[in-house]
Design a protein around this ligand. Sequence first.
Ligand SMILES: Nc1ncnc2c1ncn2[C@@H]1O[C@H](COP(=O)(O)OP(=O)(O)OP(=O)(O)O)[C@@H](O)[C@H]1O
Length: 244
Amino acid sequence: MLQVNNLVKHFGDIKALDDLSFLAEDGQITGILGPNGAGKTTALRVLYGLLEAEEGTGLINGVDSQVSPQLARKEIGIFPDKFGLYERLTAREQISYFAGLHGLKGKEKEQALDDVIEKLDIADIADRRCEGFSQGQRMKVIIAQALVHQPQNLILDEPTRGLDVMSTRILREILLELKQQGKCILFSSHVMQEVAALCDKVIVVANGKVAAVGTPQELCERTGKTEFEDAFVALIGSDEGIAA
Ligand SMILES: Nc1ncnc2c1ncn2[C@@H]1O[C@H](COP(=O)(O)OP(=O)(O)OP(=O)(O)O)[C@@H](O)[C@H]1O
């Protein structure tokens, strides 16, 4: 379970988070949808303890990520907004590096690597250097490194940005499978259809605040619209910075 309570964060004069609170539950895919600059990345960074908010808390399975970052990170996997692979490492070495960062060693680490490589169906590329990997292969390696320590929660920041159609489809299937396993998945997006198609709950964020929370259908009903896109515009007054 992932929760932020009353987050306030400024960058100079910019109020990036303005009393932001939300909850992402186990066994669900929760989407944060908002235009450019809404505060999505800032909120996720506070949640995984990379950034300190002036007010409020970020909780991972109830553990405050500022107070107990090590404990909190055990239960969190991160798919960052900008990712790169170490081109000279093999996929297995890359994933192993992240397993090591999470304190896995020896036989336990080897078993975790074998498990995640099997789960993501990347045995055929596991011992190849990452240079030359396709987008889909890269995406799977990044997911594997996020999941190798078997966290309960997965946070993805704009995961489909720059991905081709095939890789996006594979990623969606992986997220749905993780949801079936009872994991808590939280992802940010500014792509409306993606959020509408995948999410059990949508948190609409604008100007560092929550503008609305609900299933895509609930948000349509609440605004009296049949299309999610129209509901979104009704909720935040504009669709600038949002992709259909
Ligand atoms: N390190 C920083 N220094 C200065 N301003 C920042 C910094 N990080 C974020 N901001 C500002 O805080 C606000 C929220 O930014 P944030 O990146 O959280 O938005 P976002 O919703 O993730 O946007 P996008 O969809 O464009 O990634 C923006 O006005 C942004 O310019």
